[in-house]
Ligand binder design. Structure first.
Ligand code: 13P
Length: 287
């Protein structure tokens, strides 16, 4: 199987994006992988620190391995928004393909210092590292009840991103360009600052990661990819589809207690969202 580095470079050169889809249980993994199988798309399974603590690092690796073996697909695993080098080392030792160090709340020099340590450790093991400069300022577990306002001060600054990438030597950079985690339930889509993205990308010269992929308009996704986004993270839309289907199924079948019977609709709902995203990202038939 080709490496994650290979697929990231391929996406970057050919202008499409690989999806990172977060999960916290086996049923979600099944929906995600079935989508990848149907569309012949590479995929990154993602776990935040919280998700990985619920699933277990070893167990997440075992799930990836089981799916790779069963489907012979390029399925990778990323530790998303790791806050300490120690936890990322644990994930690397457990067998993750990629780690994301989120030092976005730290002073830039501290962010650089820890990122360098993570990169040094990861490089030895052939593991991909994503860094982050700029803040989206939200957490992925929330849905918004009112319009979410972006604080312009938190957008990624070009000079900081350039300094960071040069010093930390990460493989990819997560940026703040008007994106946020979660969905704005008032229906307002995040507006990506595409010109700003273009300038960042030109300055750093490495693939860009878009977090908060839920709720972003397909036109913005398309233009964003043209401007250098090579990886897009999705969590909320899959969680929402999975949970809504589960509520509906249980509500409609009040005496049903058999998980393998009531989870099928949720798996299918997660799969449908992931397929839609993979098509938008252009990762179909790229294995
Ligand atoms: P959403 O929950 O907005 O899809 O964002 C997911 C994400 O960026 C995970 O890192």
């Amino acid at each position: 199987m080709k490496t994650l580095k290979f697929y990231i470079q391929k996406a970057y050169k050919e202008k499409w994006a690989i999806g990172q889809i977060n999960f916290s249980d086996w049923s979600q993994v099944r929906g995600i992988v079935q989508a990848a199988q149907n569309l012949k798309s590479p995929v990154i399974l993602g776990t935040s620190e919280g998700e990985s603590k619920f699933v277990g690092l070893q167990e997440a690796v075992a799930m990836r391995n089981a799916m790779r073996k069963k489907y012979s697909l390029p399925i990778f695993l990323n530790l998303d928004h790791g806050k300490t080098a120690d936890y990322l080392k644990e994930a690397i030792l457990a067998g993750y393909d990629m780690v994301h160090f989120d030092g976005s709340k730290l002073p830039l020099d501290e962010n650089i210092l820890i990122s360098k340590k993570v990169v040094a450790f990861a490089k030895n093991k052939g593991v991909v590292v994503e860094g982050e400069v700029g803040r989206f300022g939200t957490d992925a577990s929330r849905l918004y009840t009112e319009k979410f306002e972006i604080n312009e001060e938190n957008l990624t600054k070009i000079d900081e991103a350039t300094k960071y990438v040069k010093a930390a030597k990460v493989n990819l950079l997560a940026v703040s360009i008007g994106n946020f985690h979660g969905l704005d339930v008032s229906g307002v889509s995040p507006k990506l600052r595409l010109k700003h993205l273009q300038e960042i990308q030109k300055a750093i010269g490495i693939p860009v990661v878009l977090h908060g992929g839920s709720g972003i308009r397909p036109e913005d996704i398309k233009e964003g990819i043209a401007c250098g986004i090579s990886k897009i993270n999705i969590n909320t839309e899959v969680r929402l589809a999975f949970s809504q289907a589960l509520r509906k199924t249980l509500e409609a079948n009040k005496s049903e207690i058999t998980p393998y019977k009531y989870l099928n609709e949720s798996i299918a709902a997660a799969q449908a969202v992931v397929e839609e995203k993979m098509k938008e990202f252009g990762s179909e038939n790229k294995i």
